[in-house]
Each structure stands twice: as structure tokens, then as C-alpha cells.
Design a protein around this ligand. Sequence first.
Ligand code: G6P
Length: 367
Amino acid sequence: DATDKGEFRHYMMKEIYEQPKVIAACLEGRISESKVLTSCFGADSGFLKEVENVHIVACGTSYHAGLVAKYWLEDLAGVPCSVEVASEYRYRKVAVPKNTLFLTLSQSGETADTLAALRMAKTLAYLTTLAICNVPSSTLVRESALTLLTNAGAEIGVASTKAFTTQLTALLITSVAIAVENGLSAEKEKALVQAMRSLPSYVNAALQEDAHIKKIADRFANKHHALFLGRGAMFPIALEGSLKLKEISYIHAEAYPAGELKHGPLALVDENMPIITMVPHNDMLDKLKSNLQEVAARGGELYVFADKDTELNNEKNITFTEVPKVERILEPIVHTIPLQLLSYHVAVVKGTDVDQPRNLAKSVTVE
Ligand code: G6P
């Protein structure tokens, strides 16, 4: 029952812990042993063959999910993708290339700016409109031509958690489906689908660090600022981590692609600035390690989230949190979990109203 907190003190924590289950629910019926089942887009799945471009429009946490999808779509499908916040998109003149899919992301399906963006898009020459949404009866679902539901169940905590990771799951399904029409081999599709099947257990493994993260959280309580770093598809996850910390613990946080550090934020780094870095285990690892050295040299307090094989667990001056080693494509989803836990525990230490942060609403239905 969504309105019952069960053993948890807050809805947010309950929803964080529901993620293995709801990610499995999001995958259910959408993938077989080796393939993405395009029937999940409904009878009109023929649009997948036509897509030559994707415009993603959303707000808040949903916008961050869209930013990750850009990496997946361009990497797997070679299809150009642009991502924009709805409150900007709706007030400008948009150029729509031939055969562009308009894709909205929304937990509630009632966000005023996202709905207005959809209504505008419907007057433009898009291929079709697809909503990835958590609420089947929402306005967004009703007004979009196609829908892929995230199946996360009711989300009550204002700070979005399980809605975000199921949006990412649905976006991965969509990206692979478009990639298959753009020449992704059956062998690669099978490998991706099999990786997706392991997602619930990977997320469960990431949750095992909860007690360790709770201990670290104490050290953030008296901080006024924090910097989140990521590279590649981990940059949007850094943005999402910083948004979560701002929303519920009221600590000013910013996110940067790690390579931009020396173009400004490095000036802020001193012993009072915690730097939280999501380290993917891919070809950017060495570049990221050198970014970390730049921070360490200036006395910055480093918190690193990475798998053990990165060998960052033995470095001096680094507070290390283990994230399970997973297929590269899944890293953004699995790395989200420790950041949710971190913001939650910092908020609890600070004594804020975790589920109902000041000045914020679960769904922004007015402009
Ligand atoms: C509000 C909520 C956020 C959410 C955003 C977009 O700001 O507090 O958690 O990400 O709206 O909402 P949506 O329902 O469209 O995903």
C-alpha cells in the first residue's frame, strides 16, 4: 500500500528501497530473454523505424533522466537527441528536423510546463509524441499519441527517487528499440537485454551501502556547499545528486562535468568544500582520476562512489563508497542509489521535513 510507510520513517526511504521491485515491474513484459518487445509501445510501434531525431522535454528530476537518454540514444542508435526543460522549450521557436520523435518524461503527467510543451509540439511537424510517465490516468498520457508507463507505483516523497530510476529503465528500453532499427546487431541487443535483467539485483546490491553512507552523512550536516562531479552519462547523475541534496537538506550544491572543473569551480575548492564524484568504470577512468588529484591538491574533501576495481578504495584522502561493478550502460542507474541515500541521511541529520521540503510541491500544476 503506497500510503503505508511500513518499517520506514519516511516515504522517501520506503520508495528508495522499493526500487529493485519497481524496476523489475518496469521491465516486465517489455523484454524477452534476448530482445526488447516493441509491442510495449502499443500497436503503433512502426514509428521506431522512422525515428531520425529525438527531442526530449521535461522538468526537474525527469529532465535529468532525459539527459542520460541523450548519451544512450546517440551511443547505441546513432540518433541525434536534444534535451530541454519544458519551461524553456514552450516559449521559443523550435526547429524540428524531419522524422523527429517528441518525447516527454513526467512522474505525475500533470506538470503544467510539460503539458504546455506537448500541446505546442502537437502543432509542429513531429513524427509522433511519446510520454514516459508514471500515472496512467494523467493528462500527459491522455494527450500523447504513445505511452510507455514506468510502473513505479504511487510516489509520495516530494524528492523523486523510484520514478527517476524507472524513467531511466523505460528510456533504456526505448533507446535499445530505436537502436535495433538503426543497425544494432542481435548479439548486442541480447547482451544489453541480459544486462537489464540484472538491474534489480544490482540496485539491491547498491542499497547494501546504506549503513556506510549513513555514517558519512554526519560529516555533511554543517556544510553549506557541495560540488558533484561526473563525466559522460554520469554527469546528469551528478546533476540529480546535487538536486536531491538541495531539495531535502537545503545545502547549496552544484554539479559539473569533471573536465570543466578548471574552468571555474576549482576556485571554490578548499577544506570546507565536499566534492562528491561518481566514477564510472570506463575509458574515462584515468581522466577522472587526474581531476580528483586537482581537487586533492587544493585540500578539497573527496567522496568517491566507484567500484572496487577502480582501486580508488586504497587512496589516501578519499572517502570511498563501493558501488557494484556493472555493465557500462547501466552505470547511471546504479550510481543513482548511493546519491539518494546520501541526500536522505544528510536531511535526517539536519532534521528537515524529508518528505515535504519547504517551498516545493510534488507536482507543479501551475506556471
Ligand atoms: C516537481 C517535483 C520534482 C519533479 C518535477 C517534475 O518539481 O518536486 O520531484 O521532478 O516536479 O515533475 P514530473 O511529475 O513532471 O516528473
